[in-house]
Design a binder for this molecule. Structure first.
Ligand code: HEC
Length: 457
């Protein structure tokens, strides 16, 4: 008899001595653990399909595909760490502060993050093939966040392997026959190589291309053009909520004001802008504005190995509904918060932190507030934007923590302001919107109370 068999007999005796109930108890506990380990097919694939594969599939921006078990399995540990750190999907708003509901929010719930972690810790099992959801299908090989009505494709621009940063304008036709209103808009660098060289791109509709001047300034507008949308790496779509739109006149040309930089190989930069339009002949109730606001008046002064905070303020001169918030910084950017300081005077003054978001230069995310929570603010409200730059080693994106950094256009210089999307409200509209918001809230409270009462019965 081998030692092993002897040992097992000793164990068997021990169980027998402890009573016959013990064996089934252990077996069922093991079965319960096995049942609790989420599987790829049943639990994880639906999460990846909803929040990851728009980018994580062949030909898209992400470095690997997560469409199948075979593709995802080797990345299991990395998937757990990136989702737990809330770095993936790239949506970095801090849900523990202020407004927590957004349009087209791909971020994972705490529960989904846990499911992924448990799947990985449990050995990342495939599960039952029959549980696998049908693969998500995409019409276009490039991911737009919405179904576009028109796509404006600018002619390619050759960026040399090395040289100074490049600024200028490129033009293209806008394929519309009558005046229209934009409902959603998104810019993308059309190829994986282009994504590396396009630092920034601002799109305008212009009447006369010959009269346009290039300022070379990311942070400045262009006179004489209707500003449409800004782009920087990882930018998602802008969606104009609440029956609003941006006018687009037939006969104007699209102009992209670009800022490109060399990356060590020659690259053709392709820039494309997709738009979803309101139906022909339809005029939305509100014109949606988008501006870079609350830039600090103090000059940026960020010594090596330091973290620096700046504060900027903009007064809203009209009543407004704030639709979206998007921080803008460069590679030392760490975090940005938006606070509203209301104009109610004296000791009744009130302020409210509505959004804070972590920042990563790879990801310029436009956070669009859900309809039921978009701030409705009175004239005189101050937007207070707080920006933190981290020029220390702790910032993994920092190329050189020894260097002083100040204001500037280059990727290695810094900026700190917010893109704010909003529309103006007349006094009457302001009152109406506030009343409607109040009614919605009361209705919700009543429903919750009713549900609670029913639950108690
Ligand atoms: C908007 C596009 C996009 C979405 C959505 C997205 N990713 Fe990513 N992901 C990227 C890009 C681009 C990179 C590489 C650059 C970076 O790391 O930021 C990346 C990197 C990663 C990495 C690191 C890969 C490596 O090289 O180590 C993991 C893991 C990952 N993503 C998982 C996910 C998961 C899981 C989801 C969904 C829950 C997701 N991503 C959603 C675009 C995306």
């Amino acid at each position: 008899m081998s030692t092993c068999q002897q040992t097992s007999r000793v164990w068997a005796l021990a169980f027998a001595a402890a009573g016959s109930l013990l064996v089934p108890a252990i077996a069922s506990a093991q079965a319960a653990t096995a049942a609790k380990t989420p599987t790829f097919a049943k639990d994880v694939a639906p999460i990846l399909q909803r929040s990851c594969v728009t980018c994580h599939r062949a030909g898209e921006s992400a470095p690997m595909s997560l469409m199948t078990y075979e593709e995802a399995r080797p990345w299991a540990r990395s998937i757990k760490s990136r989702t737990t750190a809330r770095e993936m999907p790239p949506y970095h708003i801090d849900k523990s502060i202020g407004i927590t509901k957004f349009k087209n929010d791909p971020s994972l719930s705490d529960e989904e993050i846990q499911t992924i972690a448990k799947w990985v810790d449990g050995g990342a099992p495939r599960g039952n093939a029959a549980d696998m959801p049908a693969p998500r299908t995409f019409k276009d090989s490039g991911a737009w966040d919405f179904e576009p009505d028109i796509v404006v494709k600018f002619p390619p621009y050759k960026v040399p392997a090395s040289g100074p940063d490049l600024y200028g304008n490129i033009y293209a036709d806008i394929p519309i026959k009558t005046d229209r209103y934009i409902q959603a808009i998104q810019t993308r660098a059309g190829t994986p190589a282009s994504r590396k060289v396009v630092h920034h791109a601002l799109t305008y509709a212009v009447a006369d291309p010959d009269s346009m001047e290039v300022s070379g300034d990311d942070s400045a507008g262009v006179d004489g053009g209707d500003f449409l949308v800004e782009y920087a790496s990882g930018k998602n779509a802008e969606v104009y909520t609440g029956d609003s739109g941006v006018p687009l006149q037939a006969g104007k040309k699209a102009m992209v004001s670009y800022h490109l930089h060399s990356v060590g190989e020659e690259v053709d930069a392709y820039i494309e802008v997709a738009m979803k339009l309101h139906p022909e002949g339809y005029t939305p109730k509100h014109i949606r504005w988008s501006k870079q606001l609350a830039q600090s008046t103090a000059e940026l002064d960020i010594p090596g190995n330091s973290v620096v905070r700046i504060d900027g303020y903009t007064v809203m001169h009209k009543n407004a509904r704030i639709l979206s918030f998007q921080p803008h910084m460069h590679i030392r950017g760490k975090r940005q918060c938006l606070e509203l300081i209301y104009p109610t005077g004296g000791s009744a003054a009130r302020s409210e932190m509505i959004s804070c978001t972590n920042f990563n230069y790879n990801w310029h995310i436009n956070y669009t507030y859900a309809d039921e929570v978009a701030p409705i603010v009175p004239a005189g409200t101050i937007l207070h934007v707080i920006t933190w730059h981290d020029n220390s080693q702790a910032n993994r994106a920092n190329p050189d923590p020894k260097n002083w950094v100040g204001d500037g256009q280059r990727t290695i210089d810094e900026m700190g302001f917010a893109w704010i999307g909003w529309y103006d409200l007349t006094d009457e509209e302001y009152k109406e919107q506030l009343a409607a918001r109040k009614a919605e809230r009361e209705k919700k409270t009543r429903t919750t109370q009713q549900q609670q009462q029913q639950g108690q019965q």
